[in-house]
Design a protein around this ligand. Sequence first.
Ligand code: GLY
Length: 369
Amino acid sequence: MERAFWQDIADKILRKERAVAARNAGRIPYTAESGAFDDMAEKNICWWTNGFYAGLLWQLYGWSEEKIFRAAAEKIEEKLDRNLLSAQGMDHDSGFKWLLTSVASYRLTGSEESKNRALLAANDLAGRFNLAGGFIRAWNDGGDGKTAGWAIIDCMMNLPLLYWASGELHDPRFAHIARRHAETARKAFVREDGSVCHIVVFEPQTGERLYSLGGQGYGHGSSWTRGQAWALYGFALSYLHTKEQSFLVTAEKVARYFLAQIPENSLIPADFCQPPEPAREDSSAAAIAACGLIELWNATGSEAYLNGAERLLRALAEKRCCLSPERDELLENGTVAYHDAGYHIPLIYGDYFFTEAVLKLIGKQTFLW
Ligand code: GLY
């Protein structure tokens, strides 16, 4: 591993993020325009990405213990209480939101208030479990039940909130639900070649698997890269929490598929099945996959995973990374969805996972999942 290279990148991230936090204390960014973060506290306090900037701040606090990072993260966590009190604003993304805010705060500061918030979020997440189908329902709808049977691969990343709650409460119910969802996802989402679909629709009364949808990818049957990355990292995390071999086997199967698709320039497209034009790149998929690959390297000792992660991260560091303290965003060229107008833009979750991955490489990450 090129330790000195990654130490230098980590030092530059720390220097940059000090300046970014000083400019943005309490802001909840989703993207940046002309180098300046937006603020979801005003636009949509229930948005699924609202925990990522706090997660980045906690990662830097865990490493540096600089108060500026902690103070900004705590402000964000408090603001998310409006979401916690909104039944319609609570969905399967509670892991993304409260693992990276409240669980992070509890782990690093011991705050009982934070623990309480995270347990409330875990209870809500557990309540979304469909007993007939063995899956956690994804999004809400207007109350007409149209999406009652929808599950999405992204949810694999929310399961650690349930594993955490079981550990805290010495009550296996939460982990039972997480494990059942992961087992269902393994059977219903993962294809023979190791690729995964984004959305699976179940019949919500019987639990029967009906069909899959292309979701944020290029189309039906395609291979949305962020979804592949959620699966890779998500199954690896379920393995770390349960030690269930089938989750490790699945994570490795998805990882082999992902590694085999990496293009020559090492920059990840938005969909591995997308046509040459319009070409879309998603830096966030690369950063998420790199985190999962590093965990697989830790779990198996296979250097192929570390090499793959470093290849992805080096391409980002050299071609897509803005280390200037003058601009708020860290990664460029994130893409919301293949057909979305939001393409080749900064996305806060790209910044989070890139930072997490770099800190993993220098042995300074705080494990938040
Ligand atoms: N649906 C969450 C994502 O865009 O990855």
